[in-house]
Design a protein around this ligand. Structure first.
Ligand SMILES: Nc1nc2c(ncn2[C@@H]2O[C@H](COP(=O)(O)OP(=O)(O)OP(=O)(O)O)[C@@H](O)[C@H]2O)c(=O)[nH]1
Ligand SMILES: [Zn+2]
Length: 213
């Protein structure tokens, strides 16, 4: 299991209530926006467009800023709580919107993710499942790696009994161009722990996510 390269900035001590609180951010190289802007102007020229024309004058800057935004994931606090009640059934966030950029064509792919875990000693603030997804989605990606990174990261940091991630997405590189398979959706999944080992848990997970068994 490869644990992605994410910086844990601060390991805050548990609060009185026992909530764990860890500041999470991905290491970023500061983008060279001026260089990106020049490159987009070159791209426009390469296609016979004049980047100095009034209607295109702001475009290189806008494109540079758009990619800077799409490739930077916001930091967040990973809040966990003790699993005092010993809850041991699946916790599943279904239909989380996901947007990312295909590393082959720099075109978006988007769809939904279903992320679930079987709690161990701690449970997670629910919104954090979507935040972990965003941590890895705002990057140049292939869907398989994105799916795996989210599952690996949760398994490593939350230490649950099991983790499952399903992503179902449409890739614009496959629908707008090339094969033009409009509406085709790619489904990927990654499982760890008892969701991988135990046929019953696995079946329940895929039944709830509407996927394969
Ligand atoms: N496995 C995987 N492939 C992807 C993903 N996103 C895009 N691709 C594929 O990456 C491949 C790149 O193939 P190439 O043959 O080098 O590129 P291409 O000539 O533009 O390919 P076509 O899309 O078939 O026209 C394409 O088959 C894409 O569909 C992804 O998330 N996972
Ligand atoms: Zn692509």
């Amino acid at each position: 299991m490869s644990v992605p390269d994410i910086e844990h900035v601060e390991h805050a001590s548990p609060t009185v209530g026992g909530a764990g609180n860890l500041r999470i951010m991905r290491e970023h190289t500061e983008p060279d926006l001026a260089a990106a802007e020049r490159a987009v102007a070159d791209l426009l020229r390469a296609f016979g467009k004049d980047p100095s024309a009034e209607h295109l004058a702001g475009t290189p800057r806008r494109v540079a800023l758009s990619y800077a935004e799409m490739l930077r994931s916001p930091e967040f606090r990973l809040t966990t709580f003790p699993n005092d009640e010993g809850y041991d059934e699946l916790v599943l966030a279904r239909g989380i919107p996901v947007q990312s950029l295909c590393e082959h064509h720099l075109l978006p792919f988007s769809g939904v993710a279903h992320i679930g875990y079987l709690p161990g000693e701690r449970i997670l603030g629910l919104s954090k499942l979507a935040r972990v997804l965003e941590l890895f989605a705002r990057d140049l990606q292939v869907q398989e790696r994105l799916t795996q990174q989210v599952a690996d990261w949760l398994q490593h940091h939350l230490r649950p009994q099991g983790v499952g991630v399903v992503i179902e997405a449409e890739h614009l590189c496959m629908s707008l161009r090339g094969v033009r398979a409009m509406g085709a959706r790619t489904v990927t999944s990654a499982l760890h722990g008892s969701l991988r080992r135990d046929a019953g848990s696995r079946q329940e997970f895929f039944a709830l996510t509407g996927g394969k068994i």
